[in-house]
Design a protein around this ligand. Sequence first.
Ligand code: ADP
Ligand code: MG
Length: 699
Amino acid sequence: MPDLRHTDIQYLHGVGPKRAELLRKELGLSTYYDLLYYFPFRYIDRSVINHVNELRGDEAAVQLRGRFLTFNSVGEGRKRRLQALFSDGTGTIEVVWFNRVASIQKTYNTNTQYVLFGKPSMFNNHLNIVHPEIDLAQAEHVAQGLQGVYNLTEVLRNRSFTSRAIHKLVLTLLDTPAVRHIDETLPPELVHRYHLMPLAEALRNIHVPSDHQSLQRAQLRLKFEELFFLELNILHYIKGSSRRLVGHVFSRVGAYFHDFYNNILQFPLTGAQKRVIREMRQDMGSGKQMNRLLQGDVGSGKTIVAFMTALIALDNGYQACIMAPTEILAGQHLETIRPLAEAIGVKVALLTGSTRKRERTAIHEALQNGELQILIGTHALIEDTVQFRNLGLAIIDEQHRFGVAQRARLWSKNRTAPPHVLVMTATPIPRTLAMTVYGDLDVSIIDELPPGRKPVTTVLRHEPDRFKMYQFVGAQLKQGRQAYIVYPLIEENEKLDLHALELGYEQVMEVFPHYNVAMVHGRMKPAEKDHQMMLFASGKAHILVATTVIEVGVNVPNASVMVIEDAERFGLSQLHQLRGRVGRGADQSYCILMARNDLGRDTRHRLQVMTQTNDGFVVAEEDMKLRGPGDMEGTQQSGIAFNLHIANLAQDGQIIQMARNAAEDYLRDDPKMETPWGRKMAAHIREIFDKQANWGLIS
Ligand code: ADP
Ligand code: MG
């Protein structure tokens, strides 16, 4: 029997070399297999016949039964079109064709009953349908039941390669022996345990559903299969014991950790903080390299966890580094950590792009002789000139700014074995999803905020409310609090945005003549930026007008108001990050989203999510639903390709969980995938994922 994956689509009856070329170029379909797995993106119920006198012109698609009354060719040359009048007994509707006029005129006549299928619209106050599908009304010619609609490109449509043409090819394909006798890809126990539809039946029903229920079962089966192989690949190949690298063994928790915990730490750790520290201790003592993602909402206390994890490395005679995405953040980490470290006799230094040559040389030396134990910095840390004596742990803060490749470069910083890696992110997503999206990472979650935090009150306001907004900010300032006013800054529009920011700055100075206003933006020299930030952080400036440079990490507990200008231009996770800058002290804090009046539906919804919840997990999930996981910050670089055929990582959370469990169960019984089914599935996984190259390479 021909192998579906290696049979060129041109050999399918009705295709041939020319159409094959089109399908390959336009839809990326080059084999039988590709076409078989090219699923409809929606379905239309063709069993319903509509009536012309009931149409409003806003229906997605309708089906009409009747006859043509007249055909009229109108216009000349390229403007030529064909207009027909179609009647179903309840009324008439105009039907229009803009091309193939002659051939249409030859094919259809006024004596025959037809069934038309298409999208009606209102044009110049009367109903019409452009380019409908047309069948003879005799039953055997009419499409029945649910009909799949396939995605097309403009080029295909112009060559009259319709969704129905694809559908016909699929029908032919479904009837070939190779497909009718297609091999089941899942072990029978699994099909049985999860009540899955067998593969052959599912493939038929996904293209030609016999009814709604069969369609749903087919979708479930195919999504499950896709996710099951994805999870199996992650568990076996990417994280499987065979691929796991040997790691430095941190066998004990020693003096540094205990000294800090017992004598320096000012507050009790939350239960979640304790749990994740325990998880990491276990990992780092296991003999395998740790690759862990630490998720925690803004303000959940990741920094202290990072620091204490670093102390475990130090207790075992290793060095640690902490890498942040911006100089400001790296600087803040230093300020937070240095006093804690010095109190227990640990040496810390900061290395960024603007570190002076002399200091840099001194740092290099101290790193190599082991005197310097914790190095904090920016990308400057991964430069080749930076050599550690014995780096045991690399911590990356705010992960979405770093790519997989950069993470990999950190690994080469220890010559005997790669350091343990802890990646921290404040863009939390559900655990199973995180384990899937960041396939190579284990996941720890801080799902608890330190006690006493008040949720930030968030409101959506528009231009007419500006004066009231300023009044409110003024009242907060009067109480001794500080405020952020943030402007968007995107690269294409940099000049304009900078202008808006500067205007805003002037306006704020006018409105608040008795307060000091600082300003930071990305185009400033680092020294000036730091100076302005310092003014605000120290309380000398009461208002900080800024672009998103303050988005991550910055900590000024006395700030109680965050005004976000042009809020509609920010993504959800960005808004949540910004909001996280306030609500850090004990007092009630506020986030005011200033937006245009005439917001689109999605945009308004996005901003409303912010006013309804403070929970980063909820925000992240909504974000994913609105944008799809492929667009989420961080996921592009996560190394996992998102060319799933049918499953949707944002929406199929339950199936992901099911598939994850099934893959774990399977590997428990067949850990090396060496049973006949194991070998078969291993081959299948290689087929699927080899194309996606290198996504497991760095593990
Ligand atoms: P993030 O997770 O956003 O990086 P941080 O580490 O900056 O959060 O912590 C936010 C603030 O909460 C800091 O001021 C930190 O000292 C404080 N904090 C952290 N853990 C606790 C705790 N268990 N109890 C009280 N305050 C804490
Ligand atoms: Mg932080």
